[in-house]
Design a protein around this ligand. Structure first.
Ligand code: ADP
Ligand code: MG
Length: 723
């Protein structure tokens, strides 16, 4: 029997896996595998506990002497919870997470072993990590990379391994991961935002960055997945005719979750909650077999660790349920792709959400200040923000007619838009008045009912939308590390707030009153960055033309978009804010180009292989059957024009495919000879990737006419509907 049918049968036989209901409630098992407050209190002495808590909550540096006591407590907790190994867990530029497990057991020199774990081992390791992408920062002769403990994100146990979140840096100090620059960017925005907050409230000492991600993904049955080499090797289907029914009835979104999937979700939620990932929401997404989970938002560094962890946990748990998780941004043509919305906000240590409209006029001025500065930051660096979310895989989604367009703009909704309009048009005297207690009053800004804002018009076509008390960066790819988007956003915001403060201070120095200075600067900013504001349909062609007229970045080629990291504006911004040196930026961009090329190269190879080994032979087989029939009919004197037409049709497709595959291979050979990574990626984009859709077109056409009994690959209708 054809492998495809065996696999379809196997898939049909997969039933919902029984998931044992947890014996206790989430409130009891939440964080049970995390060395968090509860465990810390039990396993650390008071002084160590308080110092570590201070580090976790306020970022106060931890005295190294205390590392030994932390390590001792952590070790005991880990052993008590069944761990036998530990690892430094880090986020290299591969996009995944990396871990190398070491056993706690050490020979004691007397023929026995002891479980040891010291502060030194906790604090720093030197993984033999020369083969992680580094963009040439580390030549092999100094291929040393260090992983160093990030005490702000708690250690946790996966299976029987204690995982210690760490940063990963080169011997020479450059960041080789996502965590280092993320921590730097969070610190930069903390500093800049705190200073601006002090115009409004002298008690503010810190501003925290919050992130609430929404993770979209597809599930496919593992048997069907295994019969699709393209899914296995590239994460997406390189071919496949659309299913007659897919998402046009809109019956999947928020529909009843299939029982097999519900089992998977329950399992996933249980495991995630134990790991301290505060999952809250689960639902079907728009496309068949597409789902989403989202947690309650957290401090951005922790939230990002949790998202990274969730992606690995998902993969592991899906296998228990005979599924595979597809995190690729566009696994199937013709239906929606997957994103990872990054809900982002800033909040003070005094408990104020800076993106939430306030209750008093003063709070509202602060809110408008931050809102307008976000717009200005996004405007100044709209090209860079696009680069932050661009990848070979997310490129399928951006600009395709469903997800955010490949142009960054901000959506504000009608209420905020009208407030900004009023502000812009107001003359300073009629808009700003001070009452007896010197409280600021601004026309149109005094009261913005927050309840109404929460229900603000949602515009699903905007890549960067204000949604009542936060911004939602929707263009982030489902497989991405959220850090990349957060790094660029927070750095840009830090720079903008710094510029804002300099401007306001200069006015104050000239004798302008503080509130008025703020107001004047806001007005200028509203005018300057108006063009980033767009509340219309982001998918429309009119918007593309309009955005180009407005001077927004409209580039669509991924390798060229990566150039945005290295523009003078970006270099200055990252340099001034202390996020990246030029060397780091060059290295990281190099990695982006290299990764892009490799992904396209792999896809090209897989497409060539499947075409020549699966599709063409089947087409020939079917042609032979038809030819045989046509000959015999002719002998009997019966006309068989339609068979002949079909043979010609197939013949034309196979001939074209063979020619295209040959040309694609030749294009690859040319590209492979290029040394320069940027140039190579550009040539891969311009001359190799262009064949994918052309080849696919002919394969998909043949899938429509060739005998279903011969077709080797599971079809969309089989892959996409879990029963
Ligand atoms: P929707 O799909 O309507 O956008 P979801 O409930 O799927 O909403 O996800 C919303 C996400 O936004 C959640 O992760 C939530 O915790 C997060 N979120 C809510 N408020 C904030 C905030 N102030 N800052 C950051 N994230 C937030
Ligand atoms: Mg959602």
């Amino acid at each position: 029997m054809l492998l495809r049918f065996k696999m379809v049968e196997a898939a049909l036989n997969h039933r919902a896996v029984e998931v044992k209901a947890p014996a206790s409630r989430p409130s009891e098992y939440f964080g049970e595998k995390v060395f968090g407050r509860t465990a810390m209190r039990r396993y650390l002495d008071k002084q160590t506990y308080e110092a570590l808590l201070n580090t976790m909550e306020k970022g106060t540096p931890l005295q190294l002497e205390l590392a030994d006591s932390v390590a001792a407590g952590m070790r005991q907790w880990a052993l008590d919870n069944g761990a036998d190994h530990y690892t430094h867990w880090f986020q290299p530029l591969t996009g995944g997470t990396a871990e190398k497990h070491d056993s706690f057991s050490d020979p004691d020199g007397k023929g026995a072993v002891l479980e040891t774990f010291t502060g030194k081992v906790l604090a720093q390791q030197e993984p033999d990590a020369s083969s992680f992408p580094n963009g040439g920062i580390r030549n092999t002769f100094e291929a040393r990379g260090y992983s160093a403990w990030d005490p702000t994100s708690p250690a946790f146990i996966v299976d029987t391994t204690l995982c210690i979140p760490t940063v990963f840096i080169a011997y020479t100090g450059e960041a080789l991961d996502y965590k280092v620059p993320l921590l730097r960017a969070i610190a930069a925005v903390d500093k800049a935002a705190t200073e601006v907050c002090r115009y409004f409230d002298k008690n503010v000492e810190h501003v925290n960055t919050y992130l609430g991600w929404e993770q979209e993904f597809f599930l496919v049955d593992e048997s069907l997945w295994a019969a699709r080499p393209d899914l296995v090797l590239t994460g997406r289907t390189l071919m496949g005719h659309e299913s007659a029914k897919n998402q046009q009835l809109e019956d999947h979104y928020f529909g009843a979750i299939p029982s097999r999937v519900i089992s998977f979700m329950k399992d996933l939620e249980y495991e995630s909650l134990k790991l301290g990932i505060p999952l809250k929401t689960r639902h079907n997404e728009v496309a068949p077999n597409q789902f989403e989970v989202a947690p309650v938002y957290e401090e951005a560094n922790l939230a990002n660790d949790h998202n990274q962890l969730l992606m690995t946990v998902m993969d592991k748990i899906s296998r228990r349920h005979h599924f595979r998780v597809l995190l690729h941004e566009k696994p199937f043509k013709g239906i929606n792709g997957s994103g990872k919305h990054n809900n982002w906000s800033l909040g003070t240590d005094t408990g104020v959400n800076l993106f939430g409209p306030g209750k008093t006029p003063a709070e509202n001025l602060q809110f408008i200040t931050f809102l307008v500065n976000v717009m200005a930051a996004v405007y100044r660096h709209n090209g860079l923000l696009k680069a932050a979310i661009m990848s070979a895989t997310n490129a399928h989604r951006l600009g395709a007619n469903e997800a955010p367009p490949a142009i960054i703009s901000t959506f504000l909704g009608s209420q905020i838009s009208s407030v900004l309009d009023k502000l812009e048009k107001s003359k300073s005297d009629d808009a700003i008045r001070f009452d007896a207690r010197s409280v600021l009053k601004m026309s149109g800004v005094t009261q913005i009912p927050s309840i109404l804002l929460d229900n603000t018009d949602r515009n699903r076509t905007s890549p960067f939308a204000f949604t009542g008390n936060r911004f939602e960066f929707r263009a982030v790819g489902s497989s991405d590390n959220c850090a990349e988007a957060m790094i660029c956003l927070c750095s840009a915001m830090a720079e903008q707030l710094t510029l804002f403060k300099a401007d306001v201070d200069a006015k104050i120095e000239r004798g302008v009153k503080k509130e008025k200075a703020i107001y004047e600067t806001i007005k200028q900013l509203i005018k300057q960055c108006k063009v980033i504001h767009f509340d219309g349909n982001g998918y429309s062609d009119e918007w593309k033309a309009e955005a180009a007229r407005r001077g927004l970045d409209c580039e669509t080629s991924a390798p060229l978009i990566f150039d945005r990291y290295l523009t003078p504006d970006s270099l200055k911004m990252f340099g001034d804010m202390g996020i990246y040196t030029k060397v780091e930026l060059e290295a990281r961009t190099e990695v982006k180009w290299e990764t892009y090329t490799k992904k396209i190269q792999i896809e090209a190879r897989v497409l060539g292989d499947i075409t020549m080994n699966h599709i063409i032979p089947v087409a020939s087989k079917y042609e032979a059957v038809l030819l045989d029939k046509a000959y015999k009919m002719k002998e009997l004197g019966i006309k068989s024009t339609s068979d002949i037409e079909l043979i010609k049709d197939i013949q034309e497709h196979t001939a074209t495919i063979q020619r295209l595959v040959h040309e694609m291979v030749e294009a690859r050979k040319v590209a492979n000879r290029i040394e320069d990574q940027r140039q190579k990626a550009i040539v891969y984009h311009d001359t190799v990737a262009v064949y994918f859709d052309q080849i696919r077109y002919h394969i998909d056409k043949m899938e429509e006419v060739i005998d279903d009994q011969l077709w080797p690959l599971p079809k969309y209708r089989e892959l996409l509907f879990i029963r």
